[in-house]
Design a protein. Sequence first.
Length: 113
Amino acid sequence: MFNFLNMMDNYEERKVDRTEFDGSTIIDTCLVSDGKKPFETAVSCPKYNNGLWVIVEAYDTKKEAQSGHNKWVGIMSSDIQPEKLTDCNNSTIADMGKNLFGEDWEDEFDADF
């Protein structure tokens, strides 16, 4: 459950890709130790979740992760951004939420336009 501690101080080794634009939006894709799938893409944008990270997609391979990263860069840099971002709940701690609140438990973050 506390495998996320294995991710401390080794970001550069785990990083697949990181893209920043508009001075405040970041798309970050990396290897994680606390996920059901080993790679995930997170978005930080002030329009969603008060700028806190939203894990938008998870992947089985580094190649899939790079492709997913590129997809999310396209989505978030387009003129029309999504109305909401949904956390994919990749972490094992998210499973606790499903156990407590049901299978359809998920976090959705509406855009603040």
